[in-house]
Each structure stands twice: as C-alpha cells, then as structure tokens.
Design a binder for this molecule. Structure first.
Ligand code: MN
Length: 257
C-alpha cells in the first residue's frame, strides 16, 4: 500500500490540478525499483527526484539539478511522498495551485537500491540521462545532499570555470579571399559574462561586478538552458522592433561543459 500520502493530498485540490491523487491501489512490490526526475518550472526552477520505495515515491526537490560530477554535491530538499502514478506525470499545474507551473520529465528509468536513504543511502541509476551511483545523505531538517559517487560520465569533463577573462578585441590581418574590404558588426551594448548553472544565470560586467539584478529580462536564459551548464561571453544589447518595448539579447561565444 502507498504510504504517507496524506501530506501530498492535503496540499492539492484534485478537482483543479491534473496531478494523480494516488487513490489507485499500489501494485505489488516489484524487484526493479523505478525513478523519475522531473524538471519543474514552478516559481523557482528545480528538479524533483522521486524514488520508488514501499509503494510510493520518496521525493526530493533539487534546486540545481542532479550533479554530474563527484566534486560538487547539490542540496536536495525532502518533500512529501508522491503516489506511484507520478512516475508518468508531466503537464501544467494551474497557477495558484500547489507547485503551479510546468512539469516535464527530465529522465526516468530504474535504479538498484544499495541502502535506502534513512540516514544515508543510494543506488545505481539506469536512466537515459542519469547513469551511475549516487548517495543521498541527510544534513538537517528537510535538507539532504546528493552526491555522485562515480567519476563524471564524460571522462573529458572539466568543472565549469567560475571566472573567465572576457575576450578582448585585437587587431589582426584582413581576410585574404577578397582582400579589399571587410566589416564586422559592432553590437553596442553592455559587455557581460553570463554563467549558467542549474538553470540560474549570474552576469558579471567586464570589471567583474555582479550585474545580474540589472537584467531581470535575461533570467529566462537560465531556465531555457535547463540543466546545461554554460559560460556566455558577449554583449547585452537592447533591440527596438515594431515599436514594442526593447528586449535584451545576449550574443557572443559560448562555452558548454
Ligand atoms: Mn517540485
């Protein structure tokens, strides 16, 4: 039987949200445990890790996503157990309802439980994006940490740089193919380096001041990149089009890790 779904149900109005109520009887325990990671575009973006256990889904909200590297643990906040049907859930939770926003399935698959998170535990994940051994350990209150035990899946992976030097203009030879003239558009805006990690954008000026709060329009860029990490070196440019309010645009070189 599903366990501890009271808190899950109390927070939701099932006549208003398409989420499952968990009323259906849980199937008999299976040998293979399943998991899902949902990318939840709620008020703040996070990833929900849910592990099948005892007929329900033990759940954690992971604000920065599942760490791909053992060098950095991520916070995982324990949330209420969810019904097994939530393994398949994706869609729109209406604004104003608990967890309102878009829920996408980021990955799903099976995992082998090594020791269930009570004080500490983990498993080996077999998903499409998530492979390898992870442990979850409790720190305090509802706070846990998730740690990757295996080396990064990509052996060439390097941690994302936290500081890069902005690329500066320098004089060079003209292209040889024509030789008579050449031009390059000069975008006139504000030079910025954007660091995107865990769906969050941090912008630094050329003088390395944090200018993130100045460009709330660019926050969406972080969400758009989801779990990808990126460093964007470019220029923040405002365009006016068809008399609509100008918007900000970040263009430049891109470093994906
Ligand atoms: Mn969530």
């Amino acid at each position: 039987m599903a366990r501890n779904l009271d808190s899950y149900r109390r927070k939701r109005d099932f006549s208003a949200t398409p989420e499952p109520s968990g009323d259906k009887a849980a199937p008999a325990a299976e040998r293979t445990e399943r998991f899902v990671v949902q990318e939840h575009h709620a008020r703040s973006l996070h990833w929900d890790l849910r592990l099948e256990h005892d007929g329900a889904l033990a759940s954690w909200a992971v604000p920065k996503g599942i760490p791909p590297d053992p060098a950095k643990n991520h916070l995982a906040v324990r949330t209420e157990d969810h019904p097994l049907e939530y393994l398949e859930f994706h869609g729109e939770i209406p604004a104003g309802e608990y967890g309102g926003g878009t829920m996408k399935i980021w990955d799903r698959g099976t995992y082998e439980l090594h020791k269930f998170p009570g004080v500490e535990g983990g498993g080996t994940f077999h998903g499409e994006r998530l492979h390898g051994r992870y442990v979850l350990f409790h720190t305090r209150g509802k706070d846990w940490m998730i740690h990757r035990m295996d080396p990064p899946e990509d052996p060439d992976r390097e941690p994302m740089p936290t500081r890069i030097e902005p690329m500066l203009a320098r004089s060079g030879p003209l292209p040889q193919d024509d030789g008579r003239w050449a031009y390059e558009i000069k975008w006139d805006g504000v030079r910025a380096i954007g660091y995107v990690d865990g769906g969050r954008l941090r912008l630094e000026s050329r003088n390395r001041n944090d200018i993130t709060p100045r460009y709330p329009e660019l926050r969406e860029l972080g969400r758009a990149l989801g779990a990808a990490q990126a460093v964007l070196d470019g220029e923040v440019v405002a365009f006016d089009e068809d008399g609509r309010p100008s918007f900000q645009h970040l263009q430049g070189r891109m470093h994906l890790t």
